[in-house]
Write a protein that binds this ligand. Structure first.
Ligand SMILES: *Cc1c(COP(=O)(O)O)cnc(C)c1O
Length: 466
């Protein structure tokens, strides 16, 4: 499998190059040159496989020349063996035709574990073979940091340093990061805001000598391997509900569009996903685009679903590339204009092609709490606020009555106890593997928001075993 950039100016490369590069040199995102496609009989043959085996078979066409099948199988088994549910990604029926696809049974209780658990192992495997080490540096407002730490802890070829704003994450979020005492993991509580953390990380990546010395790397959501690793759960759900002999609809509460992109990829591989419904909170750029071709960024506003507080959905570029008939020059022109002006008029034909399959819906905080109450009342289901945005979006676009709707349940309700308490009057209990979270020892270093001191800390951490 070869990968090409959505902006057409980076040399095509194989999976290993895409995994290690993340972003292409021309600022674009990597896409498979062709989509691997399965026949209906091939899909039927995957029904009922254990999740790790399903993932191995679906991911092999994307990685095959870089990762041996037996190695991929072992990494999938290790990744998904760490999940707290025997089905890994169980499907829970909410009413006649709506099903929650629970993606939150991994170590940090959010769907990012599904991809990152595998990504950490893929990185380690490839780096060991090359005899290289990397230092992962990231900024987090809470969720991404813990998933990255769990993915990289104890990996031989990786050191990881995560910056979070001191006293500005929830206690659950902080403890999920700071109670990981593995020697290759370090947490910095920066005396500043999340934006300060993000600016510091950007400055480290822009400091070329430091970047080279530390072999800095990121595990952000534009890495194609992360998207690929999210394809198998849509396949698992669709197959369980009758695909390929019955179409399904997929509904995703989204921020960066990555999780939607994985569902789109599953469709391109031949899974009969008829419609895609996209849920947003009050940061509703995608809903405005689909409703009226208004792709214009507004300031980000905080909401009850903070992992979707995003105005520039970086993975949307991949869909745009597809909508524009894979015209890289046109994609590059659109994206350059969007960066410069904060808005882009998508060509009418491409917008119409999007609205034929994709439907958007935006929900404010009051609506989110009401939807959480409705789910509890009508289905006895306790949803986190992100998932509730998804179920409300699905109800806003009902579609044909005989097509089941798969709703991505992206976080465990215990990860957002304040929102659940506000909606239902009671906070959910942490699942057994995290029940002692509040008693665990924590380790982190408080540092002022000053680049030199932060870089010195990263250097000391990465060098301790060099
Ligand atoms: C990251 C995240 C999202 C958004 O995922 P995208 O891939 O950016 O669409 C939604 N819900 C939760 C709980 C998340 O952690």
């Amino acid at each position: 499998m070869r990968y090409i950039s959505t902006r057409g100016q980076a040399a095509p490369r194989g999976f290993e190059g895409v995994l290690l590069a993340g972003l292409a040199e021309d600022g674009g995102l990597f896409m498979p040159q062709t989509w691997p496609s399965l026949s209906p009989d091939e899909w039927r043959a995957l029904r009922g496989l254990p999740y790790a085996e399903l993932a191995t078979r679906l991911l092999l066409p994307f990685m095959g020349e870089a990762i041996a099948e037996a190695d991929l199988r072992r990494m999938c088994q290790e990744s998904y063996g760490s999940f707290a549910h025997a089905a890994v990604v169980p499907l829970v029926q909410l009413d006649e035709r709506h099903f929650a696809l629970e993606l939150f049974h991994g170590p940090t209780l959010a769907f990012k574990d599904v991809a990152l658990q595998l990504l950490g192992r893929l990185f380690d495997h490839v780096l060991a073979r090359r005899g290289e080490r990397i230092t992962i540096v990231g900024a987090t407002s809470g969720d991404t940091g813990s998933a990255a730490i769990e993915a990289c802890r104890d990996r031989a070829a990786i050191d990881i340093v995560i910056l979070h704003p001191e006293n500005r994450t929830s206690e659950v979020q902080r403890r999920q990061m700071t109670s990981v005492l593995s020697p290759n993991v370090a947490n910095i509580a920066v005396q500043g805001s999340f934006d300060d953390c993000q600016d510091a990380v950007k400055a480290m990546f822009n400091d070329a000598p430091f970047r080279t010395e530390m072999k800095l790397a990121a595990v952000n959501s534009i890495n194609w391997a992360r998207i690929a690793a999210q394809i198998p759960y849509y396949a698992a759900a669709a197959l369980a509900l009758g695909a390929p002999d019955r179409p399904v609809t997929v509904c995703v509460p989204t921020g960066n569009f990555g999780n939607v992109m994985a569902a789109y990829a599953a469709m391109r591989m031949g899974l009969p996903i008829e419609r895609f419904i996209i849920g947003s909170n009050r940061n509703d750029i995608l809903a405005r685009f689909l409703a009226g071709n208004d792709m214009s960024a507004r300031p980000v506003e905080p909401s009850l679903s903070p992992s979707m507080d995003i105005q520039v959905s970086s993975n949307f570029e991949r869909l745009l590339f597809e909508l524009l008939g894979r015209d890289a020059a046109a994609t590059a022109e659109q994206m350059t204009r969007f960066r410069a002006e904060g808005r882009m008029p998508v060509p009418d034909a491409a917008w119409r092609a999007a609205t034929a399959r994709f439907h958007g819906f935006a929900l404010d905080d009051a609506g989110t709490l009401e939807e959480m109450r409705r789910l509890k009342r009508e289905s006895g289901y306790v949803a986190d606020p992100h998932t509730a945005v998804g179920t409300a979006a699905a109800r806003a676009h009902p579609g044909p009555a005989d097509v089941p709707v798969i709703i991505a349940a992206t976080a465990h309700p215990a990860k957002f106890p304040d929102a659940v308490r506000a909606a239902l009057g009671e906070a959910p209990a942490l699942p057994p593997h995290l029940a002692d979270l509040y008693e665990r020892e924590e380790r982190f270093t408080v540092l002022p928001n000053a680049l030199e001191g932060l870089e010195n800390f990263v250097r000391a951490h990465a060098r301790r075993n060099a």
